[in-house]
Design a protein around this ligand. Structure first.
Ligand SMILES: NC(=O)c1ccc[n+]([C@@H]2O[C@H](COP(=O)([O-])OP(=O)(O)OC[C@H]3O[C@@H](n4cnc5c(N)ncnc54)[C@H](O)[C@@H]3O)[C@@H](O)[C@H]2O)c1
Ligand SMILES: O=C(O)[C@H]1O[C@H](OP(=O)(O)OP(=O)(O)OC[C@H]2O[C@@H](n3ccc(=O)[nH]c3=O)[C@H](O)[C@@H]2O)[C@H](O)[C@@H](O)[C@@H]1O
Length: 314
């Protein structure tokens, strides 16, 4: 099987590549423009005959002969996707069109990593796939959430009009080793702050919730979706739901009990609650997450300690 992973130098992408490369029958090609990803994440595969890394921006067409396309390329942290919103929406719309064009030309199956942000600030809780969402179409997050909604539309139009084999995963907040230390997302922020002895910055009101999925569970879900028979969309996430204040308290307890927790200003349109309904993933993919937050955080702490050069006090 020859597999293209766009965005494969990023956080989830590089873990996905590790898993795909474990199968000696697979050849993996990564296309990435290194906006938020890094060659470092793929260091162990560079030079391996079954692996190829291409510097490529998905807003430009790409021609490679592949059987499957995992289309992940897109900045994911709100700080980065809001940095150049026009580029973010181009990546979601033109990038997805280009990858669908490639899928059509070479007859490949394509999986899109969509997001729980398609549900916006949800009025239904937890969120099933049948919920159409509550999204601001002109807000500062729209380049990302509306961008992904258009990407989903394009996937289904290509499927209905051209018979392309599609898969759509709606990913909920995922965390784990290799997240950028200054990525800006909440779990990486809190762990880096705790290790540096800086106050944990809880954005107000702190009662907003998220549900955090460990990256190995996520990769397992994505591969099951790609290799199974269902187009989706299917929610992939961990239903364990926490307020941001609870998350800060957990990180403090596990990593640095001496650290302070500060309340800081939030950004516009921050969703107030988010939790996946994973009934479909369980029934159709036989998938459910295995790693609890309290078990996943220490694994991420270890990686952050190494990269920050902070050793554990005995
Ligand atoms: N991590 C999460 O919690 C989460 C949640 C929902 C959805 N997702 C989706 O999963 C995918 C991966 O997210 P991640 O957390 O690994 O983020 P990430 O920022 O670590 O990875 C994204 C990768 O895409 C690359 N990229 C960005 N724009 C590109 C372009 N125009 N052309 C080529 N490459 C480009 C980046 O350089 C990076 O390597 C994204 O599509 C994201 O929307 C992630
Ligand atoms: O899972 C998803 O679907 C989406 O989730 C995230 O978006 P978001 O949930 O806003 O992620 P964070 O930036 O990590 O914020 C989570 C919560 O933590 C809060 N936060 C963030 C950072 C911080 O330092 N402190 C803090 O309290 C935010 O206000 C927010 O309520 C991801 O970054 C998106 O890529 C992804 O598509």
């Amino acid at each position: 099987m020859r597999i293209l992973v766009t965005g494969g130098a990023g956080f989830i992408g590089s873990h996905l590549v590790d898993k795909l490369m474990e199968n000696e029958k697979n050849e993996v090609i990564v296309a990435d423009n290194y906006f938020t990803g890094s060659k470092d994440n793929l260091r162990k595969w560079i030079g391996q005959p079954r692996f190829e890394l291409i510097r490529h921006d998905v807003t430009e067409p790409l021609l490679v002969e592949v059987d499957q396309i995992y289309h992940l390329a897109c900045p994911a942290s709100p700080i980065f996707y809001k940095y150049n919103p026009v580029k973010t929406i181009k990546t979601n719309v033109i990038g997805t069109l280009n990858m669908l064009g490639l899928a059509k030309r070479v007859g490949a199956r394509i999986l899109l990593t969509s997001t729980s942000e398609v549900y916006g600030d949800p009025l239904v809780h937890p969120q099933p796939e049948s919920y159409w969402g509550n999204v601001n179409p002109i807000g500062v997050r729209s380049c990302y959430d509306e961008g992904k909604r258009v990407a989903e539309t394009l996937m289904f139009d290509y499927h209905r009009q051209h018979g392309i084999e599609i898969r759509i995963a709606r990913i909920f907040n995922t965390y784990g080793p290799r997240m950028n230390i200054d990525d800006g997302r909440v779990v990486s922020n809190f762990i880096a702050q705790a290790l540096r002895g800086e106050p944990l910055t809880v954005q107000k009101p702190g009662t907003q919730t998220r549900s955090f999925c460990y990256v190995s569970d996520m990769v397992d879900g994505l591969i099951r979706l790609m290799d199974g028979e269902n187009t989706g969309p299917i929610n992939i996430g961990n239903p364990g739901e926490f307020t941001m204040t609870e998350l800060a308290e957990t990180v403090k307890e596990l990593i640095n009990p001496g650290v302070e927790i500060n309340m800081v200003e939030n950004t516009p349109d921050d969703p107030r609650q988010r939790k996946p309904d994973i009934t479909k993933a369980k029934a159709l993919l036989g998938w459910e997450p295995k790693v609890k937050l309290r078990d996943g955080l220490p694994l991420m702490e270890e990686d952050f300690r190494l990269r920050l050069g902070v050793t554990k006090k005995k």
